[in-house]
Design a protein around this ligand. Structure first.
Ligand SMILES: NC(=O)c1ccc[n+]([C@@H]2O[C@H](COP(=O)([O-])OP(=O)(O)OC[C@H]3O[C@@H](n4cnc5c(N)ncnc54)[C@H](OP(=O)(O)O)[C@@H]3O)[C@@H](O)[C@H]2O)c1
Length: 323
């Protein structure tokens, strides 16, 4: 099969012929139609991700396609099903073998391109905001609100009945967050996050903050979280891992929740499946509007990752295999 190969950490990705992956216990072989691109792909191929893969390897963590073969005992899908799936590497290829726990049969009207960018972002945001206990009527701040996970957190927050404030770098990105349901936008290139959140919440601050950015944006969160508020640590797209002064947590009764959905798939797979199924149901009910801003070919994977690193994309970028 054709696949995108990371020959060594930090080296240019190449497209090469690669052996099709072997079948595994509980495995589902999928003929891939499309694969979602994530910021984490830049970290994984650079050797900077929390989970390391040994080069040479095929990157890519989410995909959509058609099931061609299942191992004995697989119950979540059957050959011929249209599915989306997550995988620990291997999605930037024409074929993958995924664990049946990570495979979801698609609603008939969910197309392959949209589905390929669905599981990581909506999976992370749906379960994350449930774990943070976001309730109807509360105020949610989403940082990086026009990005892959950020935009889905805006939509999930609205579906849960929250007032959503989206922050992003520049007016065009703020506009995307507003178009996807954010009640208010903050351009953190020109506006002070703390001052604006305080102003928009009548001085109280945000009940929940969803942070895939880190760095100075996280520091601003500590200054505009409401008493008894919850901050979800999602990632560090800024490149800076924030250090947390515990005295602020104590004085303000703030909870900081470290949350890594990829690992949660192994900690509580049943809860992850239930959450993803609810996100798919919400999509079917018209509550979610996935935003794929760019569709590229599989052999353009390096270019796609560079667009994310350069903050040049909104929503998701999806690669197609030409099937
Ligand atoms: N915890 C989990 O389970 C989980 C799951 C998925 C993703 N993540 C993490 O969440 C983060 C975002 O992932 P994603 O796939 O949504 O990425 P993405 O689509 O590239 O979005 C990242 C956003 O971060 C903002 N940003 C701020 N400073 C940046 C910088 N120096 N470089 C790049 N972007 C910057 C950008 O928005 P502005 O230009 O508007 O600032 C961008 O829209 C990553 O750290 C990823 O590893 C975590």
């Amino acid at each position: 099969m054709k696949a995108v190969l990371c020959p060594a950490f930090g080296q240019d990705l190449v497209v090469a012929d690669f052996p099709a992956p072997a079948m595994t216990d509980a495995g589902v072989r999928i003929a891939i139609h499309a694969a979602g691109v994530n910021f984490a792909d830049s970290l994984i191929t650079g050797g900077k991700y929390q989970e390391k893969m040994d080069p040479p390897f095929v990157p890519g963590m989410e995909l959509s396609g058609v099931v061609t073969e299942v191992a004995a005992g697989v119950t979540t899908c059957k050959p011929g099903d249209r599915v989306m799936a997550t995988v620990t590497g291997g999605a930037f290829a024409e074929e993958a073998v995924c664990d049946q726990t990570d495979v979801y049969v698609l609603p008939d009207t969910l197309d392959f391109v949209t589905a390929a960018g669905f599981p990581v972002a909506y999976g992370t945001s749906h379960l994350g905001l449930i774990k943070a206990g976001l309730k109807a009527g509360e105020t949610l701040v989403v940082h990086g609100a026009a990005g892959g996970v950020g935009l889905t957190a805006v939509e999930v927050g609205k579906a849960l009945g929250a007032t959503v404030i989206g922050t992003a770098g520049g007016p065009d990105k703020v506009k995307v967050a507003l178009e996807h349901g954010a009640d208010f936008g903050i351009d953190y290139k020109s506006e002070d996050i703390r001052d604006r959140v305080k102003e928009l919440t009548g001085g109280k601050g945000a009940d929940v903050i969803y942070d895939p950015v880190g760095g100075t944006v996280f520091e601003a969160s500590l200054r505009c979280i409401a008493p008894d508020g919850r901050i979800l640590v999602i990632g560090f797209a800024s490149g800076t891992v924030p250090q947390i002064p515990a005295n602020i947590l104590l004085v303000k009764n703030v909870t900081v929740i470290g949350y890594y959905w990829g690992a949660y798939r192994k900690i509580n797979p049943a809860q992850v499946r239930q959450s993803m199924q609810e996100a798919l149901d919400w999509w079917a009910a018209g509550k979610l509007s996935p935003h794929v801003s760019k569709v590229m070919r599989l052999d353009q994977a390096a270019e796609a990752i560079a667009l994310l690193k350069g903050r040049a994309a909104t929503g998701k970028i999806v690669l197609t295999t030409g099937r």
